[in-house]
Write a protein that binds this ligand. Sequence first.
Ligand SMILES: [Fe+2]
Length: 135
Amino acid sequence: MRIEWSEGLSLDVDELDSQHQELFARFNELLKACDRGHGGDEAYRMLEFLNGYVVEHFSEEEALQHRFGYPAASRHKEEHDLFVRELTALELQFREQGPIPRLVATTNQIVAVWLIDHISRADAEFARFLSIVHR
Ligand SMILES: [Fe+2]
């Protein structure tokens, strides 16, 4: 199941919006690779590619939160860290088992649900804070 970007997920912070869109694109590439079923290698590479971008994006978001003295920065970082640990575990399973349907379904569920929940709740809260201090 592809995930679609929609205006409802926009934070009105261009830099973060475009990074979130890139995350969605990479996630969809991963799903496509799983569908094509060219053995596990391609899917594994796409997952690695997604994970690399997630880590990069999170550290930029966290740096921005520190720069503006966001009071909920450490709670926000805990969410990021937990998600990175889950992705790392998935990456390991992919490496061992390849894109078997059960694993693809789990990955789909974890990543899509997490991204949409996190952006529309935690990131949106940060964006509201930014819009107040950054006027
Ligand atoms: Fe975030």
